[in-house]
Design a protein around this ligand. Structure first.
Ligand code: ADP
Ligand code: MG
Length: 585
């Protein structure tokens, strides 16, 4: 006699329930998805105690008739697929028919629903898996589900629930994701009867994001691109406003918020040198793609996604974001139009048409404007007032002072401008190197005495692999008694410490996974720019300071050095007003 028995349904369902419903946030997720699948345009969510004592979700979707209101709680009860072929073409958020069965097995649940023009609605009560027959109820269109005392009769599960604040934070994360994924739907969110969000339906993605992240809309850059098979829309936070937390990263594939490493990498790569390593890009992006070439339903709970052609996706996302970041006037919102450069198409990993105009800036227009608004500007720094006095006779250039042998301080366009002279110079040289590379016009400089390079085996191998690239970048080598000797260097690079220069460059290349010429060039140019740039502590003339600032302010990607550190900081008078607590803060 064998010992294996099939588990009774009521036990099986409780085990399965644990996989779908882990905590209040998972209930919230499933119920919002059901409301969205039912075509709701308004969803009201009311939570108590972080969702532990009560979760109520009310929608204005299609509703259900009485039979369906009962069948909804059956295990594998779903209206969303009927045959196995449907699995390859899923357009709804749910389809497993497990959520309501699992929620019904784990809590006290009340379901009130009615079809749109029905004369009568229904109410179904289910209590830890015991479902009562549906009863007539008022015909309130749509569906309301109340889930009370989650896990209260399942101590083994209840003990894993955290305190109210933690559970609430988990729910908040889910709701924020859904609000951002569905700007076409209005949401009202209440916690312990306090309104936390009230966002209208049919919002632009940028206003939805600004409202849910509680930031100014001007800090967002629109992303909008499409191919015949896919469309990417949404917003990214300007690199200057980006921060050290990762929580503002939303990628939605056909309505499913997903987290995917390849997607995250393509976005990070598109930001390239615009962000230092410890700062994360913030984004809310919607990908619409033919359901046949993506699988968003790999795992019942996890937000995973599988693309038929991941490389193509990588390239599409990378290119869409690069384009948005390059072209986005908002990236350069810090600068008034008179200073705005002709935006060259530039990205560190994908150089395109390069064009680096360096117009002299005309200050006359600014000065006139300043005079006109003089009375209206409440705060003026001493320097600024001084310069306005001067300018009534002859326009003078703002003085530039150096602080701590490293920071240049001046005023441009009524803003306090602080520049890190090394980072700024690095950015200028780095961009120039790409420009020369693109135009294939590297200016070389022969060395009077060739410099011998002394490499170990692995360095030598890497060097040999990239010798042609080095030569294209402006170096020229000859064989020497100990190995290699440099005979010519690019003019932008100083000839000091060449061995250490090559060594640090080659060591950076050692553990990369895929050889990529653009990535190599980025490293090469960033290292060259770093070595050749003026350092903190170097003293430079007044003319050089002015050139450095003028040059930097016309550069693409000027806000950071090639390693992503800020090159300059601009503080407007309104920001000063806030700092001095003169206005709302
Ligand atoms: P799934 O969403 O995977 O189909 P669920 O258990 O979440 O499974 O829901 C079961 C069925 O109940 C759904 O297929 C749908 O027909 C119906 N349903 C659930 N919630 C709603 C709702 N808010 N409005 C209308 N129908 C709903
Ligand atoms: Mg569902």
């Amino acid at each position: 006699m064998g010992i294996i028995k099939q588990l009774p349904e009521d036990i099986a369902i409780k085990i399965a329930a644990g996989e779908v419903v882990e905590r209040p946030a998972s209930v919230v997720k499933e119920l919002i998805e059901n409301a969205l699948d039912a075509g709701a345009t308004k969803i009201e969510i009311n939570l108590k105690d972080g969702g532990k004592s009560s979760i109520e979700i009310k929608d204005n979707g299609s509703g259900m008739d009485r039979d369906d209101a009962m069948a909804a709680f059956l295990r594998h009860g779903t209206s969303k697929i009927t045959q196995v072929e449907d699995l390859g073409y899923i357009t709804t958020l749910g389809f497993r028919g497990e959520a309501l069965a699992a929620i019904g097995a784990s809590a006290e649940v009340e379901l009130i629903t009615a079809l749109t023009h029905a004369n009568e609605g229904s109410i179904v009560l289910t209590h830890f898996g015991q479902t009562q027959a549906a009863k007539p109820y008022a015909p309130l269109p749509g569906t309301t589900i109340r889930v009370k005392n989650l896990f209260s009769s399942l101590p083994a599960r209840q003990k894993f629930l955290k305190n109210e604040v933690t559970e609430w934070k988990n729910c908040l994360e889910i709701m924020t994701k859904q609000m951002i994924a569905h700007p076409e739907v209005g949401f009202i969110v209440k916690h312990n009867d306090r309104i936390v969000f009230d966002v209208p339906l049919d919002q632009e993605i940028s206003s939805r994001v600004a409202q849910t992240w509680k930031i100014e809309q001007t800090k967002l850059i629109d992303v909008n691109s499409e191919t015949p098979h896919m469309q990417l829309t949404g917003v990214v936070l300007t690199p200057q406003a980006a921060h050290e937390i990762k929580s503002h990263q939303f990628f939605v594939v056909n309505g499913h918020p997903v987290s995917d490493r390849m997607v995250a990498r393509s976005i990070k790569d598109a930001f390239g040198t615009l962000l230092p390593p410890t700062i994360y890009p913030s984004y809310a992006l919607q990908l619409r793609i033919h359901p046949g070439i993506v699988d968003v339903n790999i795992h019942p709970r996890k937000d995973e996604v599988r693309f038929v052609n991941p490389q193509e996706m990588y390239r599409f996302i990378f290119a869409s974001l690069s384009q948005a970041l390059e072209g986005g006037e908002k990236t350069f919102a810090n600068l008034p139009p008179s200073l705005a450069p002709k935006m060259a198409h530039f990205s560190p990993t994908e150089p395109k048409e390069m064009n680096f105009p360096t117009p002299r800036l005309s200050f006359n227009a600014t000065y006139t404007k300043r005079n006109a608004t003089f009375d209206a500007i409440p705060i003026k720094t001493l320097l600024e007032v001084q310069s306005m006095r001067n300018e009534t006779t002859t326009p003078v250039e703002e003085p530039i002072v150096t602080l701590a042998n490293c920071y240049l301080v001046t005023i441009r366009e009524e803003k306090l401008l602080l520049i890190d002279q090394h980072a700024a110079h690095e950015r200028i040289l780095y961009n120039k190197l790409w420009e020369q590379d693109h135009e294939k016009q590297v200016i070389r400089q022969p060395l009077l005495i060739p410099i011998e390079l002394d490499f170990n085996e692995s360095e030598q191998a890497l060097f040999d692999e990239h010798k042609a690239d080095f030569e294209q970048a402006g170096f020229h080598f000859a064989n020497s008694s100990i190995g290699i000797a440099i005979q010519e260097v690019p003019q932008l690079v100083s000839s000091k410490e060449m061995t250490s220069f090559f060594r640090s460059l080659l060591s950076g290349l050692e553990d990369r996974d895929e050889p990529d010429l653009k990535d190599f060039k980025h490293k090469l140019f960033a290292t060259m720019a770093c070595k050749a740039a003026i350092k903190a502590g170097d003293s430079i003339s007044e003319t050089e300071k002015r050139q450095l600032i003028d040059n930097l302010l016309t550069m693409p990607d000027r806000f950071t050095c090639p390693h992503g550190r800020p090159s300059h900081i601009m503080i407007s008078t309104s920001e000063l007003e806030k700092l001095f607590k003169r206005t709302g803060f």
